[in-house]
Structure formats: C-alpha cells, structure tokens
Ligand binder design. Structure first.
Ligand SMILES: [Zn+2]
Length: 322
C-alpha cells in the first residue's frame, strides 16, 4: 500500500483511505502544509490508489499502473510544477491541463492532475483553472499542493476540498533520516534544524549545511569587527542568500531561546548547544531581539532585490552594534 511509506500524517492518510475504499474520490483537493512533509508523495500515492489495476481488494500495489505512475510514465497522471525554482506556473500550462481534462482516461480509471506549489500559478492561470476546479469531468481529479495558501485566490480554495498536512516531529524526522542512511550525529542535528520538514532535513544533509552555518556564524557572529572583507561577505551567500540568512537567523533564535530555557531540545543548532548556552547570557534580550529583526529585515530586502552587498554590509554593521 503506497500510503505505508508516509509517516506523521495519520489524519490526512486516514481520511484519504476512507474516501478511496468508499469510491468517493471526486473533484478537486488542496493538500496544504509546509514543504517537505509528504504532500507530493501523498498526491502520487492517491493517484496510484485510484488507478491501481489490482482493484478494490488492495488500495494499491506493484502492478503495471502503479509502476508507471512511480516512474512518471502513466498517460493519465500529470504532475505540474513551476518552471524553475521559485518560478511561476503560467496560463499556457493551465490551458494544456484544461485540454487534457477534456479527454477520457487513456488506460487508467481516473485522470489525475497534480499541481505542485499551486500558489505559483499566476492570477491569470488560477482564474483560468476555476471552471475545471469547480466541476472536473467524471473520472478526473485535481490535486493541488501548497505551502502558502495566501498565494491562492479565495475562489480557488473554495472550490477544493482541503486536507491539512502537519509538520513532522523531531522523532519522526530522526527516524526517517536514519532509515535513509544518516549517521546518528547528522540525524540528531538535522532533525532539530528541520522545523518539521523531512525534505528540508534531507536537503541540509545533502548540502553539508552544518559547515555552511559554521562559516556564516564565524563571519557574522564571532568576528570582532563589522568591517568584513568583501569576499567574506559574499562567500556562502553567492548561491542562496535567503537560505544563508535563515541559517544565521536560526543561530540568533537559539541564543534567545537559550536565555529562557535550559532545554536543548528546543534548539535548532543542537550540536553547538554549549556555546549557545554560554553566549546567550552575554547579550540582553533586547539586543538579541533587535538582531533577529535585523536579519529578518535583511531577508526581506534580499527578496525585494535590494543590492545584496549593501544589505549584507548594513546587517553586519547592525549586528555588531551593542
Ligand atoms: Zn497497483
């Protein structure tokens, strides 16, 4: 059963299993929740379950239909994504879906359209989709996944049945990381840093994020002077500045948490809890809160395409202000 691999989403899975067994999977759905908690995996599992050749006795299996869906080769299952990372889903793509939705299932029982990061649809694209969302033809279902409902028009949301996906617990992420070959130390650190998302935890593991964080913390936190060499300022910030700033933010956030609680469990940067605990006592609550606001504001500037060098330099100066 494909749902067996999805952990930590018992409520969503239970309701999906019940509508599948009762043959009530119809219309449009939106799976909402943070990135990396299982929404896309569940959408694929649902597409498999409603098309499974093994019939009603099993919810899904290893039949030819399930295998085709897994490999992305099923002619009745469509997975739509933004064209590039943080890109948009344009009206042309939606018109293709509308055309495909006018056709009968080719070899499956149901045509399934999965629109991932649905909030990436332009307003024009969302409006174009309304009619289809309202009433997909018989044997057609639409599955939207979204981590940011604010990016979806109310008219889109009101046409979908919503299913909530929750952030995963540290314990669940820890065991998922272990089952995917992480060392004990990695599993502990990344399950703390993941903020409930196994996708984020895996990305941290793959990108050697601890080393990147260490460099950022030593450049922006431990460095005595605010006068940073330009290469230091841009190093580690070249590819994804937002991610770098979020790592730095997690450090300051931990310092603040550590002022109030001795519970290491609450820390993201658990591997450096001794330093965090010792440094947290050297700064006032006001200073740490101000630093956090400074970093959050810098993330905002970067998002709005302010010259990153200037934004980062200003931040470095601000962080050194006592
Ligand atoms: Zn099957």
């Amino acid at each position: 059963m494909p749902f067996e691999n999805i952990v930590g989403q018992d409520i969503a899975i239970k309701s999906l299993k019940s509508i599948i067994t009762e043959h009530r999977v119809t219309g449009s759905y939106v799976f909402m929740g943070s990135d990396g908690v299982g929404k896309r995996t569940t959408a694929i599992a649902l597409a498999k379950a409603v098309n499974c050749a093994a019939g009603d006795s099993k919810l899904a299996c290893d039949c030819i239909s399930c295998r085709k869906i897994d490999s992305g080769n099923h002619p009745d299952v469509f997975v739509i994504l933004p064209e590039e990372k943080k890109g948009s889903i344009k009206i042309g793509k939606i018109r293709e879906i509308i055309y495909e939705a006018s056709l009968k299932p080719y070899e499956g029982k149901k045509r399934v359209f999965i629109i991932n990061d649905a909030e990436a649809m332009t307003e024009e694209a969302q409006n174009a989709l309304l009619k289809l969302l309202e009433e997909p033809p018989e044997n057609h279902i639409l599955l939207l996944t979204s981590s940011n409902l604010a990016g979806l028009l109310p008219t889109v949301l009101s046409r979908c049945k919503a299913l909530k996906f929750y952030n995963l617990s540290q314990e669940v992420i820890w065991s998922l990381l272990k089952s995917r070959g992480a060392e004990d130390k990695e599993a502990v650190l990344f399950s703390h840093m993941a903020m409930g998302s196994v996708g984020r935890a895996m990305a941290f593991k793959e990108n050697d994020i601890a080393a990147k964080r260490d460099r950022l913390v030593s450049n922006f936190f431990f460095r005595k002077s605010a006068l940073l060499r330009e290469d230091l300022l841009t190093e580690d910030m070249t590819d994804d500045k937002e991610e770098g700033l979020n790592l730095l933010l997690s450090w300051y956030r931990d310092l603040l948490i550590s002022r109030f609680t001795r519970e290491d469990k609450e820390l993201f940067n658990i591997d450096r809890s001794v330093e965090i605990s010792s440094y947290s006592q050297r700064f006032s609550q006001e200073k740490l809160e101000r630093d956090i606001v400074t970093i959050v504001n810098t993330i905002g500037y970067i998002k709005r395409n302010v010259n990153p060098k200037i934004a980062l330099f200003d931040m470095a100066v601000e962080l050194k202000r006592s």
